[in-house]
Design a protein around this ligand. Structure first.
Ligand code: S3P
Length: 426
């Protein structure tokens, strides 16, 4: 599918967003190993979170769907059965990396793989700790999907991942859930903590002392009824669009405001965005609230060190903002961008070039001078959801029509994106 976007003056309206992708994955996986039926409202309709449901079904878990409400018939920690074919994680790094933590503890062997993009994403980061816990894992070329996992009775470990990654942390904690004793993960750069919050909600004993997160193995997890907050990473596209189009007024209700994710809001406000956060409340351990933004031009800034890890998914759309900002954007310490759904440094640079925007690329980041104007052009998602949406947003501020090729990639995390954008244009 192609998406054609014409320049917009302003965007305005009140919206609610589909459920957070990260939280949806975690609720589904944890509910599957809890005892009894969990009802999850506002479950993400994105293809990635559907891949998680598909894998859980193939592992023998009953799942009913009614719109965006999903009921998972959990079977406890030992309830999975051997799948009859390779598990398909589709495009989803979260599905393959997080679920592998549970697969590593099963008494049967299984294979898990995905699409072409996923088949080129690094898995050594989870294979190393899972092997240390006792699982036998083989992968294509020793490091890429598909993986063949021969589960084992796992032993707990104390693990310090070499990369800041919530997926790796979750994988080890999910494996630790199945091991007798205490498994811990050391995290010097904090990543999103939805796993810790959700595990606690389902009844696990999990604690954090300084950088060390510890989980007590073999708990009895109880089914829960939960509602997934709106996805702040999806909100990012509209927050940036508002900054690009002064005079815009957008209110986003019911959005997840986990302190481990709100660096986005802090960074935008520090760059000069006019944002108000209202009606903040806690549900099931997650902060949820309303974000109101009034469009105005921003200064730009730097993204580096721990901030890079906190904003990793938002960098493509912040790059778009950077080009239109007064002073531009510098991104450092972002080598991880090169191993996302696409090499996001390369795909951002390619589309910026097509839109006539200059960008200097480094090994682990880029610099985009400010005060630039987007030229209407033909850009491509390269099959990457966040690249599709970031450059649809760039098209709103361009000097002529823009076509996003392979725009349907957005449905990996946010199938409703183009409709909601259309509504905000009025
Ligand atoms: C995610 C963690 C991040 C992020 C991804 C979702 C998660 O990946 O980029 O979109 O839900 O834990 P890494 O753990 O690889 O940094």
């Amino acid at each position: 599918m192609q998406f054609s976007v014409t320049p917009a003056q302003t965007l305005s309206g009140n919206i609610r967003l589909p459920g957070d992708k990260s939280i949806s994955h975690r609720y589904a996986m944890i509910a599957a190993v809890a005892e009894g039926d969990s009802r999850i409202e506002n479950y993400s309709g994105g293809a990635d979170c559907q891949s998680t449901l598909g894998c859980l079904r193939a592992l023998g878990i009953g799942i009913d769907k009614d719109g965006s409400t999903v009921t998972i018939h959990g079977k406890g920690l030992d309830g999975f059965r051997a799948p009859s074919a390779q598990l398909d994680a589709g495009n989803s790094g979260s599905t393959i990396r997080m679920l592998s933590g549970m697969l590593a503890a099963q008494p049967f062997p299984c294979e898990i793989g995905g699409d072409e993009s996923l088949s080129n994403r690094p898995m050594a980061r989870i294979m190393t700790p899972l092997r240390e816990m006792g699982a036998v894992i083989e992968a294509r070329d020793g490091k890429f999907p598909p993986m063949r996992i021969q589960g084992a009775k796992l032993k707990p470990i104390h693990y310090e991942p070499p990369v800041a990654s919530a997926q790796v942390k979750t994988c080890v904690l999910f494996a630790g859930l199945h091991a007798e004793g205490v498994t811990s993960v050391v995290e010097h750069v904090q990543t999103r903590d939805h796993t810790e919050v959700a595990l606690r909600e389902f009844g696990a004993e999990i604690s954090r002392k300084g950088p060390v997160i510890s989980i007590e193995g073999r708990p009895r997890l109880e089914a829960r009824n939960l509602a997934v907050p709106g996805d702040l990473s999806s909100a990012a596209f509209f927050l940036v669009a508002a900054c690009l189009l002064p005079g815009s007024n957008i209110v986003i209700e019911g959005v997840g405001l986990s302190p481990s994710r709100t660096m986005l809001i802090d960074w935008l406000m520090a760059a000069g965005a006019r944002i108000k956060v209202l009606d903040v409340a806690q549900t099931a351990g997650e902060m949820v609230g309303t974000i109101a933004i009034t469009g105005r031009e921003v200064e730009g800034g730097v993204i580096e060190k721990a901030v890079t890890a906190a904003l990793i998914d938002e960098i493509p759309v912040l790059a778009v903002l950077g080009a239109a900002s007064r002073k531009g954007l510098t991104v450092r310490d972002a080598a991880e961008l090169r191993v996302k759904e696409t090499d996001r440094i390369a795909t951002v640079a390619e589309n910026m070039g097509r839109m006539g925007v200059s960008i200097e690329v480094t090994v682990d980041g880029f610099h985009i001078p400010g005060g630039q104007r987007f030229r209407g052009a033909a850009v491509d998602s390269f099959g990457d959801h966040r690249i599709a949406m970031a450059f649809a947003v760039a098209g709103l501020a361009a000097d002529g029509p823009t076509t996003v090729h392979n725009a349907d990639a957005a449905s990996v995390s946010f199938p409703e994106f183009y409709d909601i954008l259309g509504r905000l244009r009025g």
